[in-house]
Design a protein. Sequence first.
Length: 178
Amino acid sequence: MRYTFTVKNGDVSDTTKMKIGQKIGRIERLFSETAEAFVTISSVKNNHTVEVTIPLNKRILRAEVTTDDLFASLDDAVDILERQMVRYKGRLRDRSVKDIKFKEEFSAYSDDDVAGDEGPKIEKTKRFALKPMDAEEAVMEMEMLNHSFYVFRNGDTDDINVVYKRKDDSYGLIEPEY
């Protein structure tokens, strides 16, 4: 696995980069030899943010953690990536049995390290009428319901859209692309 480091608001020594590579190295067994990890480190005051992005064949794994200790942030990010990859491989294994499209993607990864993940279980299904509205109305509805996202039909485009609350308390809009 190759590593690409980006440092914002500071500098990281080669020794620290080597330690970071060792910590990420504990999940190398889950990825192909050609995989590349993009590690972004930023420090603001006493908070260290570590963002690790690993593009796969058709997917992207990403973890971002902020703590007051650089290596604690890195450990947490690696734990998140490990869980994501194990779940992803489990799902690929299950889907490759049922659908030939997933066999090629699954064959790129070794099945040795896949835990017995049964995949997501849908506990509840909700149905509701989608009324046409604009994004601002959808945000108001979302806030009134105290939800973190809201699905609505865009009155201008007649497409299904989603508004969501971001970590920084701003809002995002997801629109389909055809």
